[in-house]
Design a protein around this ligand. Sequence first.
Ligand code: HEC
Ligand code: HEC
Length: 252
Amino acid sequence: MKRILAALLISAAAALFAFHRWRTGNIGAVQRGFDVASRRGCFTCHGPGGNHGAPNPGHGLGDVPSFTGGLVRMYARDEAEIREWILDGLTRRVRDDPEQMALRRDATIRMPAWRGLISDRELDDLVAFVKAVSDFESPDDPKAEEGRKIAQRIGCFNCHGPQGRGSALNVRAFKGYIPSWDGADFAELVRDDREIRAWILDGGTRRAYANPAARWFLERQPIKMPAYRGRLTEDEVARIIDYMHWLRAHPY
Ligand code: HEC
Ligand code: HEC
């Protein structure tokens, strides 16, 4: 009897673990990077979400740089330099330039070197987050780039994360989060461009609402996909879809 009980408990635990892995397995690098940044305290100096750097008296370039507003592009030429900033608190390019070093001599706050304090996986996730939130890479196709700007302006990224690559928590949702546009579960919700349009214009597809289980979750979750019918023109919807295709071809 005891053995049967133990076996039952173990299989229940294994099933719960598998369910959790399945549910959260699609949370992407950008969302994980946001979580690492919160846990490691990056937002103390760089501001909530990396949006508002702290004043830094004595630094020749002003406040602690935010991750948003195009500053990362000024500080880092490429992804490798973002890694250098995080691991060493400085890039080689700045260290080798006396003028650049002079700007920093009297700074009150310094960027810590995180080497040895974060794992390789945490570093990869932080870089993905910093890149997404700073728009470090944007489409070279003008139609997709226009779509990105429309999505930003109308507020899609508030819920779908920077560049549409986040997965913010959403209690009571089937998976527990708002799916990103570059993640694997996008394809579960969206079969083709027609269904993307239905999500954008009506806040859901007929297919999703015809499924009683899916409908139950969609109606119960506090954060719902808004219906943008009448708020976006046909052209704007088409550009956003162009952007989604670019994004899915360039996942983080
Ligand atoms: C104690 C304050 C502080 C903390 C905490 C901090 N930074 Fe910084 N960070 C700075 C300062 C100051 C600079 C500018 C350094 C300079 O100009 O030499 C900077 C620069 C950077 C840069 C290059 C500039 C930019 O905005 O792209 C990156 C990337 C960066 N930090 C990422 C991080 C990450 C990731 C974390 C958390 C793991 C973090 N920082 C934590 C103070 C901080
Ligand atoms: C208030 C938050 C919110 C905003 C703003 C928002 N969405 Fe959504 N979106 C959601 C939620 C929640 C879902 C639901 C999915 C689920 O739980 O099944 C969703 C689903 C989607 C889907 C289905 C596929 C997927 O994996 O994401 C698409 C496509 C989509 N949204 C596009 C957009 C576009 C384009 C905009 C801007 C015009 C936008 N959303 C703005 C919350 C939002």
